[in-house]
Design a protein around this ligand. Structure first.
Ligand code: HEM
Length: 177
């Protein structure tokens, strides 16, 4: 997993909790990398799971809530780090429809070693269905990113999330009148 995900996660922990909390969770997680992340490095995806678990133990907040909150925060950060992807788009559904076929394709050019999920999308006017597939199973992160996107475009949409029999997760979004 790209280092940018780790650096942004620890940045969020420093902002919302403290620098001491960052040091604490790194120390408690016994990480193969030692926790010295750079945004361009690549690290084992299991390390983010250890860090979130350690944060959950210390704060009492459930892991899924922390991951969703991180996804929300991460969208804001990615849109600042990569304004070219949000620039010229003023609608959340139009943006989300582009994540798989345009945005993550460009991300892969910038970071050839990125491990990205797959989204199969179906658009029908004010509705968008996104089917998420990833061997890393980060559907809580996807939910947080989608919510961060809705916040960014200041749009209120109805969102439903269901697990599918094949293990993928569908997100159904519908624009409210
Ligand atoms: C400015 C827009 C975006 C940029 C620049 C971006 C970039 C990235 C990058 C660099 C990674 C890390 C890849 C790795 O770990 O090696 C990533 C992962 C991921 N992205 Fe995006 N992304 C964007 C928007 C979104 C949105 C809106 C969603 C949700 C619909 C999304 C869903 C995900 C998920 C769930 C992962 C975790 C990897 C996995 O699930 O397997 N991304 N993205």
């Amino acid at each position: 997993m790209k280092g940018v995900i780790f650096t942004e996660f620890l940045g969020m922990v420093a902002d919302r909790f403290s620098e001491n909390m960052v040091d604490d969770i790194i120390e408690a997680s016994d990480l193969p990398s030692g926790g010295a992340y750079t945004s361009v490095g690549v690290y084992d995806h299991a390390e983010i799971v250890l860090l979130v678990d350690a944060l959950s133990t210390r704060t009492g907040a459930p892991v899924p809530d922390l991951v969703k909150a991180f996804g929300h925060h991460l969208f804001g950060r990615l849109s600042v780090l990569h304004p070219e992807f949000v620039c010229g788009i003023d609608d959340a559904l139009d943006f989300l429809e582009r994540v798989d076929k345009v945005i993550h394709v460009e991300v892969l050019k910038l970071y050839p070693d990125a491990m990205l999920p797959r989204f199969d999308t179906t658009r029908d006017g004010d509705r968008l269905q996104m089917i998420y597939r990833s061997p890393r199973g980060m559907e809580d992160l996807a939910e947080g990113l989608i919510k961060g996107c809705l916040g960014h475009f200041a749009q209120e949409l109805r969102m439903e999330r269901h697990k599918r029999p094949d293990g993928s997760t569908e997100f159904n979004l519908e624009r409210l009148a």
